[in-house]
Ligand binder design. Structure first.
Ligand code: B12
Length: 280
């Protein structure tokens, strides 16, 4: 890797990795080359960019401390705010550079995503993006089949959080790293894409490779809770409520016993709170 890229990567890693994120460098040209002009990033091809993803550790290392630090605003998703806060810190650590950050949830006024996170993850070598075109004579006819990225160490137990663009830093000699093809057979790719498209709520697509770490039960419960109920789940005031005492207690530890005891207790029981919208 070019010394400049290695140095910038190290600095971004020092900022983000302790909080459960990973970063992978890529050139804007590699991303633009795969996409129609409507999706292009409007920067010169050799511009340096970094893909940022969150690992299972992000929940404990970034989200919980963030919620306790009172940075939380009403009305927007706490995870999105937490990620935006940490990506913003990257900008803060390079005051001399023109850094732009695009988060996975950002859309243009016509609702088109500002970044295709999976294509970026693939070109950055972070996680292989499996699409129906990667399955020879696929069995799905006219159905829409969305693609899914699989990380060599975390399987599907991660989320792509955004890209950091370093305007003005051009690295024409950066060599692409191919993502590891960890689901090489046709049969396994079919299983993966069917699980992701039709059974994503059961989490099984995430085990396409045996992961080094999965989301904790607590994290799964959080992401399985409809966004509107997540603040209540964490014991935080709802947007309509006045903030209560200055030392707002978090209720994680009371929500879930440290060791899973009786999984049918209280709201953990599927009959009480069926998972509806797992997040990433
Ligand atoms: C809109 C959206 C949805 C929509 C539509 C999904 C879809 N893909 O059709 C809905 C609401 C249904 C949805 C659901 C889910 N989603 Co969603 N979603 C997105 C979002 C915001 C944009 C995806 C999109 O619209 N892409 C546009 C289409 C056109 O892109 P595309 O299919 O990739 O096509 C391009 C490529 O094929 C490329 N291309 C062409 N040739 C080649 C060749 C190569 C080699 C490559 C790399 C690319 C490439 O060109 C095409 C464009 O022209 C992304 C985040 C993001 N910003 O990217 C998350 C995202 C895809 N979702 C994600 C997840 C996890 C889910 C859910 C499981 C729910 C959840 N959050 O837990 C479910 C899964 C069920 C399902 N059917 O998808 C994750 C996937 C992570 C992963 N491991 O891949 C993402 C990346 C969010 C994240 N933060 O991590 N989602």
């Amino acid at each position: 890797m070019e010394p400049l890229v290695a140095e910038l990567k190290q600095k971004i890693e020092d900022t983000l990795c302790p909080f459960g994120f990973e970063v992978y460098p890529f050139q804007v040209a590699w991303y633009n080359a795969l996409l129609p002009p409507a999706f292009h990033l409007p920067l010169p091809g050799p511009t340096l960019a970094f893909l940022v993803l969150s690992t299972p550790a992000m929940f404990d290392r970034a989200l919980k401390p963030f919620l306790q630090s009172h940075h939380l605003q009403p009305l927007t998703d706490p995870v999105d705010q937490c990620v935006a806060y940490h990506l913003g810190r990257v900008r803060g650590s390079f005051p001399e550079l023109q850094i732009e950050v695009i988060a996975d949830y950002e859309v243009h006024p016509n609702r088109r995503p500002k970044i295709l996170a999976q294509t970026a993850a693939h070109v950055a070598g972070a996680a292989y993006y499996y699409q129906r075109q990667d399955v020879e004579s696929d069995p799905w006819g006219t159905q829409h089949i969305a693609g899914v990225c699989i990380h060599p160490r975390f399987g599907g137990w991660f989320a792509i959080r955004g890209v950091v663009l370093l305007r003005g830093i051009e690295v024409p000699n950066l060599r692409p790293t191919k993502p590891l093809d960890c689901v090489p057979t046709r049969a396994d790719r079919i299983t993966l894409l069917e699980r992701f498209n039709f059974h994503w709520r059961d989490w099984t697509y995430r085990d396409a490779v045996t992961p080094q770490e999965r989301y904790s039960e607590e994290q799964k419960v959080y992401f399985s809770t409809p966004p509107a109920q997540r603040l209540a789940l964490l014991g935080l005031p709802q947007p309509s409520e006045e903030p209560s005492s200055p030392s707002q207690e978090l209720h994680f530890t009371t929500l879930l016993p440290k060791k899973p005891q009786n999984p049918r207790r209280g709201w953990l029981s599927p009959t009480v709170s069926p998972p509806t919208s797992p997040g990433p």
